[in-house]
Design a protein around this ligand. Structure first.
Ligand code: ASP
Length: 326
């Protein structure tokens, strides 16, 4: 009896030992879900779809896009933080969802630094100050003067308090001293549709979402929120050139629930790195004004350190500016 128990526990021990490497070898054996915190058709959804399609090829499994929208991404991030740490649920997010929200929302049911592990840093893009076509202004200065002369007459879209477009609007208010009314959407994909339809008149949005509409003549662009003009949109001046310096870039990233085995994180990270070595994807990203991180910057440890540093930097900025969700 004793011998049997000993044997049984010995074989259980072997099974446990084997489970580590086996589990990693078998991974992924079913589709992987990427939880996207904003609506379909917006910049984060676009990034998720590009990344998911290419990572699927690398890993031989489909990636399912799950748009869990609302509350500026906090519902989606909580969903990932509480998901099984088995590599089959990961989350995408950005400077807003994974940094700003941590300082703005006081009652989150997760800790975005402690309950998630970094998978890979993803590209970053500047923002564009854009208006609907009927909003007739020639320059950024005209936009600012109009807003100052007509306080709160104009509505602008955001993806909620703490979203990238909200941070962009705050940077705009800060730099110009002008204001507009903020209308929250479930993402700047739907907000862009309303901007095109002149339901709202202004937005500070990521170049990946706004530039294609500017090129199609559906909206107007006045300034880019980077220190220098972008080579893919050289005709758009920097906000600083108009006298309103702004320096906001929205980086994206991938995270997994805490406890996801490191060998699985390594597989996901390698697939993400391979994605951004693909010349077609690089071209597509760069054409939208995206800056691509290097493989070293994309590594989980480097991305984790970057995430922590960004968190500390923005905590101070947002607390000083007294930005609150309520
Ligand atoms: N990234 C958001 C989206 O995909 C927009 C935002 O954060 O402003 O809709």
């Amino acid at each position: 009896m004793l011998r049997r128990t000993a044997l049984a526990s010995l074989s259980a021990g072997f099974a446990a030992l084997a489970a580590g490497p086996l589990r990693a070898q078998a991974y992924p054996s079913k589709p992987i879900t990427i939880v996207v915190p904003f609506a379909a058709g917006g910049p984060t959804d676009l990034m998720a779809r590009i990344v998911g399609e290419r990572m699927a090829k690398e890993l031989g499994q489909q990636f399912i896009i799950d748009n869990t929208t609302g509350a500026a991404g906090t519902i989606a991030v909580g969903k990932v933080a509480r998901a099984a740490p088995d590599g089959y649920t990961i989350g995408i997010g950005h400077l807003g969802t994974h940094v700003a929200n941590g300082s703005i929302y006081k009652t989150l049911n997760y800790d975005m630094l402690a309950d998630l592990v970094p998978v890979a840093r993803l590209p970053s893009n500047p923002m564009l100050v854009v208006t609907s076509n009927p909003f007739e202004a020639k320059t950024m200065k005209d936009v600012v003067e109009y807003l100052k002369a007509n306080p709160d007459k104009i509505s602008g879209g955001t993806a909620g308090v703490g979203s990238a477009s909200h941070l962009g609007a705050l940077a705009f208010f800060n730099a110009t001293g002008a204001k507009y009314q903020l209308v929250p959407y479930r993402g700047t994909g739907p907000a862009m549709q309303d901007l095109i339809a002149n339901q709202i008149q202004i937005m500070v949005d990521q170049s990946s979402n706004s530039l294609p509409q500017v090129r199609a003549g559906k909206i107007r662009a006045y300034a880019v929120t980077a220190k220098v003009r972008s080579p893919v949109m050289p005709e758009i001046p920097t906000a600083a050139e108009a006298g309103y310096p702004m320096d906001v870039a929205i980086w994206h990233g991938l995270w997994a629930p805490k406890g996801t085995p490191p060998e699985i994180i390594a597989k996901l990270n390698a697939a993400a790195i391979a994605t951004f070595q693909d010349p077609d994807i690089r071209r597509r990203m760069e054409d939208l004004g995206q800056d691509l991180p290097t493989p070293a910057e994309m590594a989980p440890a480097a991305f984790g350190a970057f995430h922590k540093a960004e968190f500390a930097k923005w905590k101070k900025i947002l607390e000083d500016a007294n930005v609150k969700a309520e």
